[in-house]
Design a protein around this ligand. Structure first.
Ligand SMILES: [Zn+2]
Length: 262
């Protein structure tokens, strides 16, 4: 199956950047994980949605440069917003909602003022070069960076903002299960299990695993009956659009035993 590029709809895209980079030299602070919690996101989404006529899909970020970015796709507004806005006063939220709806220049200036006043909340960890995991995307067989870029272009209009790396090699042993990939929301980092960096593992299989982790940036993780649901029906439907989905699943069934051996 070919991906839906052919049916790509008109898309608007606009963003507000921080006026200056995080202050170097000061102690690096990361947003506590709680800052990006689903509760805060849901509450902000609810407050913004009240001011909007089109449906809104909101993601909270701990980004350092892009404070607000909006994509209009079909009828849905997709906004990625720095977590500082979760505590913003109503006046600022109304401006944010108007900005999301129409990218008004006046609102953009007003939001710029709010961002400037909350500049200290922009994480400096990355700028200070601290707690930055070392990345190893090249591999000896599969180049994960190249795979990610390629998938980003083919399936996401370049909209995924993530890094990718091979995980650290562990001692070879017989495993009960293997976690082939993971996605860290806070670091926007995809890790792929090093067992997949081998000659006999086909590229389309590695692509499938990377594609799956990329989808975790696109889809929210709702709580259903008190449990987080990572793979919603929408997620799985989208995953099936991967060109080699069936083939990759077949390969996994046939070779899982081999992968478990290390
Ligand atoms: Zn997953």
């Amino acid at each position: 199956m070919i991906n839906s590029d052919k049916h790509r709809r008109a898309e608007d895209c606009f963003q507000i950047l921080a006026r200056r980079p995080p202050t170097p030299g000061r102690r690096a602070t990361r947003a506590p994980l709680g800052d990006l919690s689903d509760e805060r996101r849901t509450s902000l989404q609810g407050r913004l949605q009240k001011c909007l006529s089109a449906p809104l899909a909101l993601t909270l970020t701990d980004n350092q440069s892009t404070m607000v970015s909006v994509k209009r796709r079909g009828g849905t507004l997709r906004a990625r917003v720095h977590h500082m806005f979760a505590d913003a006063p109503d006046r600022v939220l109304r401006a944010l909602a108007r900005y999301i709806a129409r990218a008004d220049r006046y609102d953009s200036a007003m939001l710029g003022g709010f961002i400037e006043g909350n500049h200290w909340r922009i994480s400096r960890a990355r700028a200070a070069g601290k707690r930055q995991p070392a990345l190893d995307p090249k591999g000896s067989v599969h180049d994960l960076h190249q795979i990610l870029e390629d998938l980003n272009r083919r399936y996401f209009d370049g909209g995924i903002d993530a890094r990718v790396t091979w995980g650290a090699k562990a001692h070879p042993r017989r495993r009960q299960s293997i976690k082939m990939g993971s996605y860290s929301v806070e670091d926007r980092l995809i890790r792929i299990h090093p067992s997949l960096d081998r000659e006999h593992v086909p590229r389309y299989f590695v692509e499938w695993i990377v594609f799956h982790e990329m989808l975790h940036q696109v889809f929210d993780i709702p709580k259903v009956n008190g449990r987080r649901r990572f793979h919603t029906p929408e997620f799985l439907e989208r995953e099936r659009r991967f060109e080699h989905y069936q083939r990759a699943r077949r390969w996994e069934r046939r070779h899982l035993d081999h992968l478990l051996l290390g």
